[in-house]
Design a protein around this ligand. Structure first.
Ligand SMILES: [Fe+2]
Length: 448
């Protein structure tokens, strides 16, 4: 490539310097746009925008306000001293509030001479804090439709060496037309990022409320299992936290817990609430719910990163030994989430009174979990975690258990509950979940 020869005149040298500055600023805009896109939440986006803008125009402070149409306010988050605070101001009030209504750009060289700022709270705050607000650039952030969705408030341009001018300093650097132009580019990309963040948050909220409704519908169908999905979700979340899983994994398991029994919608009411022994066919119907959970959830378009919820939820009756259902998956085929869910599900089913069995004490429930462990059905790490977190689990689940639950005696034994040895199907080792129909003489194990 041949370099373009530019004659060395005073004018062209100034032009080159200006072009270089423009190029550098375009690169900065690109970089800032990229960082906006990478902010995982709206809160982090607000902080990132404020921080990047400050650095980009060499200013001392920046606040990026968003318009809250519902409350007719501007709101923002500011980070100081490792604390994140929410700021709210009514639309129309102060410099940012004024711009949110008028849509104009305010480039103020001396705030103390500006009619809005000087009559507002600004001078008083400066007096209290000892800070001097002098120059200010306030500009609207508009959506593609022209609607004002936010406001930038940039305070005090710094000297080129990064120094903040003092109150009595004769020369104060001011924001230039180039700064305004530059901020317009940043505002355009901030507007897109904010709208995307809003859209993602709304989609997540809609998804979360849909899951809640599904879980509540299921739990309400049978008062005996009321709260089971929520408790399993809570227990799984506690186990996942203790295990140190990522926030995304924890959130996924919370959803999988809420949805794990959604397939019970396909099981006849009479079978679900039957007090006596179940026939082979009835057991088959109950066991089918795990596959139905997977089938139902497979039809949901999950957000990116949440796609394996159907698989995890559908595995809650699988056993490491391969004797579980619906697929009889073995060992590593069962996801970590599926293993945690299985332990949480069995524990809660044992701890809750059902029409076919009384609630078990914590000790009895643990004893049955250990029998399952000895058979190689459950993940030893998941059971150990549950034992470590018992206090937290019980405290979280207790408010969600039906109020007519039998009360435990002080030593932990439940007077309404038969000893574990008497609870096993067919007189063998006690089992937490059915492989075969329960014999007529023995109480049924938990149908989780
Ligand atoms: Fe289940």
């Amino acid at each position: 490539m041949t370099a373009i020869q530019i004659p060395e005149t005073r004018e062209s040298a100034a032009d080159i310097a200006r072009l270089r500055r423009q190029l550098a600023r375009q690169e900065t805009v690109l970089e800032i746009t990229r960082s906006f896109a990478a902010a995982p939440t709206l809160e982090q986006l607000l902080l990132a925008v404020a921080e990047q803008t400050c650095a980009a125009v060499n200013a001392d402070r920046t606040t990026f306000f968003l318009v809250d149409e519902k409350s007719n306010e501007l709101w923002s988050k500011s980070a100081s001293n490792l604390e994140i605070k929410e700021i709210r101001i009514p639309k129309g009030v102060g410099m940012a509030g004024h711009v949110a209504v008028s849509g104009e750009v305010l480039n103020v060289q001396n705030c103390y001479e500006h009619p809005i700022w000087s009559k507002g709270m600004g001078p008083k705050i400066d007096e209290q804090t000892g800070y001097t607000t002098r120059t200010m650039l306030v500009m609207p952030v508009k959506a593609g439709s022209g609607r004002i969705i936010g406001v930038f408030q940039i305070i005090n341009r710094l000297h080129p060496d990064g120094r903040l001018a003092g109150r009595n300093d004769p020369t104060w650097p001011v924001f230039t037309d180039e700064d305004v132009e530059f901020m317009e580019s940043i505002a355009a990309s901030a507007a897109i990022a904010v709208q995307n963040a809003y859209l993602i948050e709304r989609t997540k909220d809609m998804f979360a409320s849909t899951v809640q409704v599904l879980a509540t519908t299921l739990d309400r169908r049978n008062p005996e299992t009321a709260g089971h999905s929520k408790r399993v979700s809570l227990i799984t979340e506690i186990l996942a936290r203790r295990m140190g899983l990522s926030p995304l994994e924890i959130e996924k398991l919370r959803y999988a817990g809420l949805l794990h029994d959604v397939g019970k919608i396909g099981v006849p009411e009479a079978v679900l609430t039957k007090a006596g022994k179940l026939t082979d066919e009835e057991f088959g119907q109950i066991k089918r719910h795990a596959a139905t959970t997977r089938e139902i959830l497979d039809q949901i378009e999950f957000l990116e990163g949440y796609e394996d919820i159907p698989r995890v939820a559908g595995q809650h009756h699988e056993k490491l030994s391969g004797k579980g259902y619906p697929l009889g998956e073995v060992g590593d085929d069962i996801t970590l989430g599926g293993r945690l869910l299985a332990v949480a599900d069995i524990y809660d089913a044992l701890r809750q009174r059902r029409v076919y069995k009384p609630a078990m004490s914590i000790e009895q429930a643990l004893s049955i979990l250990h029998s399952d462990l000895d058979r190689g059905d459950l993940d030893p790490k998941a059971v150990a975690l549950l034992e470590q977190c018992l206090d937290e689990i019980e405290a979280a689940c207790e408010p969600l258990r039906p109020t007519d639950e039998p009360v435990e005696t002080p030593n932990g034994a439940n007077p309404h509950t038969p000893p574990p040895a008497a609870n096993g199907a067919g007189g063998g080792a006690p089992s937490s979940s059915p492989q075969t129909p329960a014999p007529a003489t023995a109480p049924s194990p938990a149908r989780s």
